[in-house]
Design a protein around this ligand. Structure first.
Ligand code: TMP
Ligand code: MG
Length: 209
């Protein structure tokens, strides 16, 4: 879905989500570039945890990139903006990539900024390798005005991929593995529901027994 071009009151939350290799970061960068072409102001942030491609940029798997502010947590974004506001108006837009890695304060921060008239654009994984909601993403998706859910192509069967498969030493990962494992093609594949495998997953019907 294309984002609002008919503006009423400024300030809302846009979430770009989906599995890995769906083009979330590409879409975030596209929106930021449009804002730049329109000569509107923006700031972009991402968590320092993910230094796969760069320490100072947001970089898509396709190697598109822009300069970004790397932070450890949501409080660092807030603190940055408090200092920023001493000299400038808040920007038209604030973008956050890899938002699934942030603590729950990021949800409050997004709401606060949107209430203050900022266009908040965030991108992150909706599910972890287990196929379960990734951290704060469900809270953000529930609160967002606009949600764009992107899909990839299953690397096993070619169907529409909505899941991220973790592979450890050539084998599909176990349900009991840690949720956070930064990586790209060496550790993760895009897969459809049917080809997605999670070893040791609890019986899905356990609540009915
Ligand atoms: P991407 O969405 O930009 O491709 O990046 C997702 C990042 O999240 C990547 O560094 C791998 C990491 N990740 C986890 O830490 N745990 C998971 O369960 C999954 C699926 C990805
Ligand atoms: Mg990305």
């Amino acid at each position: 879905m294309e984002m609002v071009d008919v503006e009423t009151k400024n300030g809302w939350i846009e979430v770009i989500t989906g599995c890995m290799y769906a083009g979330k970061t590409e879409e975030l960068l596209r929106r930021i570039r449009r804002i730049g072409f329109a000569k509107k102001t923006y700031l972009s942030f991402r968590p320092g945890i993910d230094n796969r491609y760069s320490k100072t940029e947001i970089v898509s798997h396709n190697k598109n990139k822009i300069q970004t502010i790397v932070v450890a947590n949501a409080k660092e974004i807030y603190d940055f903006l408090v200092e920023y506001e001493k000299k400038n108006n808040l920007p038209y837009a604030i973008a956050i990539d890899e938002v699934q890695f942030f603590d729950d304060a990021v949800v409050d921060l997004c709401e606060y900024l949107a209430d203050r008239g900022v266009r908040v654009i965030v991108a992150g994984l909706n599910t972890n390798f287990k196929g379960e909601p990734f951290g704060i993403m469900k809270d953000l998706i529930a609160r967002a005005e606009y949600v764009t859910k992107l899909s990839a192509i299953c690397q096993v069967c070619g169907a529409v991929a909505t899941r991220t498969q973790r592979i450890v030493n050539g084998r599909e990962a176990s349900y009991n593995d840690e949720v956070i494992l930064v990586g790209a093609t060496e550790s993760y594949e895009a897969r459809c529901r049917h080809c997605h495998v999670v070893y040791d997953k609890p019986d899905i019907l356990r609540k009915f027994k």
